[in-house]
Design a protein around this ligand. Sequence first.
Ligand code: KG4
Ligand code: ZN
Length: 358
Amino acid sequence: MLVLGIETSCDETAAAVVRDGRDIVSSVIASQIETHKRFGGVVPEIASREHLDKIVPVVTEAFTRAGIQPEDIDGIAVTVGPGLVGSLLVGVSYAKAMAFALKKPLVGVNHIEGHVYSVAFENPPVEYPALALVVSGGHTNLFFIPEPGKYKIIARTRDDAAGEAFDKVAKMVGLGYPGGPIIERLAREGNPKAVKFSVPRMGDGSPDFSFSGLKTAVTKHVRETGLEPVTNGEEPSQAIKDLAASFQSTVVRSLVGTTERVAKDYGPKTLIVAGGVACNGALKAASSEAAERLGIPAYFPSPHLSTDNAAMIAAAGTAKLQAGERAGFDLNADVTLRLQNLDNVDEELRRAKVRYRL
Ligand code: KG4
Ligand code: ZN
């Protein structure tokens, strides 16, 4: 089954052709990072206009690189949310028009579910039940997945997303955008124990994450130590490298600590770590160690599949198309779309335990 995936939820215009949900035949990503860099973040109005400019060339290029004609595909999968409304609408409208013109089945995909499927290409098939940590610039969620397509949110961020925290801290000390990769690079030369930040925990015992307190602690540290921000791209000081290492290790401890505690309760057979922040080497190392202690494999997407791409949307869409799901031409963008379709997780867990003889 050949599926065309289209992704325009934020600042990447992407299209991909995927075979049977596992092989990437082509994947094209037009990033707008250069455009938004000077504003220190994504400007929604500019993003939607760039998607409009790029959607046709990007989809055309995906077909050219795949060496196929549009008529050769078996279906179209498009991101419907969550994301920026103007950006999402470009992809959704284009996908609907294509599905209508080509008379091909169409499905809408939740962007976060797409990230979960980003591990489908380079790893053995996921064994269920699985636990998935999705960490990106817009989301920080921990899902229990008893079987494909069923999701229960176990923990989410109460304020900033993990990637957003990386971006904001980087901006605070004069580093560029996006902040994650820059902080990771500087952290390699810094001491993670130099600045003591505490790992945020919810007072009510919930496993939820919170990163805004950490951001405030970084602001306080910068003010109290008189730390000079980097100007004009000069080499960052050792104090900034130490701050980067200490901040990163606190975020990693929070994410992995919670994931491991939750995994002990839910007994997953696979740990998935996905989303832009899954590019982070320290997060990967700590998650792999946790998975080893739990006796399960940890799957990560490689960096080009961690950040936004359309191959992951095509993979998630393939599962939906194979399950018989079809969207009508009333398919619409849903800015605040959530990924949760399991209410009674205990019952699902009991059934999964019976089914998989856990
Ligand atoms: O998944 P993604 O491309 O977009 C969203 O859906 O949000 O994630 C982008 C986020 C940015 O916040 C970026 O700083 C972060 O992922 N990121 C990283 C790394 N590479 C990208 N964070 C930490 N370490 C990295 N190496
Ligand atoms: Zn994303």
